[in-house]
Ligand binder design. Sequence first.
Ligand code: HEM
Length: 130
Amino acid sequence: MSEQDRSTLFELMGGAETVRRIVEAFYPKVQNHPLLAPLFPSDIEPVMDKQYMFLSQFFGGPTLYSDVHGHPMMRARHMAFPITVERADAWLGCMAEAMQEVGLPDELRDFLLQRLKGSAYHFVNTPEDE
Ligand code: HEM
């Protein structure tokens, strides 16, 4: 997909405001999920800010995350946490619900989730039985 198409994707979603709303719908679900909650700090605001910056950039919007935090290296940044396939599925499930809540059209939501799915499974670093 070209750079121009990715910008269109961010705009198609509704830009910064929609990304913010997705992040705000997503983290309460993460904090309520038995497999995910233990990995996250109770002070979730800084994580939400980073995710807002990252997802804006990931979907082709402004490079907010890299401007502040440098190269994303997202797999490396997740190595400190035991990420199993089950947790990747849980993360994607929370994200699907958040996108649903925000009211993204089904087709667009499925497309965005498909892109996140690749990353989520790429971050798996721990076998299921650990
Ligand atoms: C596969 C399941 C995933 C799990 C279990 C997970 C878990 C975590 C945890 C525990 C943190 C650290 C929170 C802290 O600061 O203490 C984190 C940070 C983060 N995650 Fe994930 N994550 C997953 C997938 C993803 C995906 C698919 C993306 C985006 C494509 C993503 C983007 C981020 C970002 C942007 C941060 C902040 C990084 C930073 O500290 O600068 N995560 N994640």
